[in-house]
Design a protein around this ligand. Structure first.
Ligand SMILES: O=P(O)(O)OC[C@H]1O[C@@H](O)[C@H](O)[C@@H]1O
Length: 239
């Protein structure tokens, strides 16, 4: 009945689909899912297994290892993921989180244990007030529903408002994120000794996820991994 009144549409292009919450076949074929081989620290796809060396680690991560243990991302951040993530972030298309989380859960296979906790990258309270929701928290909650692991949507907080990272290089992004993320005091007991997976929509340089991972490790998390819906790389790095 509802499908007759509101026929389901592809979440990216709007074409008719059989079931709500999905992509049409054409859009699915445009997704570049990140499958092996990729850098195990930052999820950067490698052109070949040999390119990652014996440890499957990219040069940037080998030279400057990130604070987290493993990094995964579901897809390359190119045109199609942009059509899902930007509306999720800026146009109230919150239903896109469920679909993206499905791809993220697949990318995180083998990483999520039943006692793992998903914690989203936090928004500053002013940004949260204007946007009314945190897109990373929606992804983390959908991941928890889909995997059976737990979620702490308010585990981390952004201690001060930061300028947009779009268009900024790695060094500037790291400087902007310095000391910006903290663990909420009332969540310290939930985090100490636990395996945490930090969740975000996009990983570009990893500066944001690194700030989160460092705070969680300082707060006593036993292990921190990171999981993004999309990994910006190459010509798609500016977002
Ligand atoms: O910190 P890096 O990985 O450079 O940039 C990714 C961040 O920049 C934001 O737009 C994204 O939502 C994400 O939080």
């Amino acid at each position: 009945m509802l499908d007759t009144l509101f026929p389901p549409h592809c979440l990216a292009c709007g074409a008719d689909v059989m079931q709500a919450g999905l992509l049409c076949a054409t859009c699915v074929s445009q997704l570049h899912l990140i499958t092996s081989p990729y850098c195990h620290r930052c999820a950067l796809p490698f052109p070949s297994r040999a390119a990652g060396g014996a440890t499957l680690t990219c040069t940037a991560c080998a030279e400057n290892p990130p604070p987290w243990r493993e990094g995964r991302a579901a897809m390359v951040y190119d045109d199609l993921p942009r059509q899902l993530i930007l509306p999720l972030k800026y146009a109230d298309r919150t239903e896109n989180a469920t679909l993206l989380a499905r791809y993220m859960a697949a990318a995180a296979r083998g990483l999520v244990e039943k006692d793992s906790i998903f914690i989203p990258v936090p928004l500053h309270r002013v940004r949260l007030f204007t946007r009314r929701y945190n897109q990373a928290a929606l992804l983390a909650c959908a991941l928890a529903r889909q995997t059976g692991a737990s979620v702490l949507p308010d585990g981390l907080e952004r201690l001060r408002a930061t300028p947009a990272l779009k268009g900024q290089g790695r060094t500037r992004r790291q400087a902007i994120m310095q000391g910006v993320i903290g663990v909420r005091g009332h969540r310290l007991g939930d985090i100490a000794g636990r395996h945490v997976i930090v969740v975000d929509d996009v990983m570009t340089t990893g500066a944001t996820l690194a700030a989160c991972a460092s705070s969680l490790l300082r707060a006593g998390a036993a292990r921190v991994d990171v999981l993004a819906a999309a990994r910006a790389c190459g010509q798609h790095e500016q977002q």
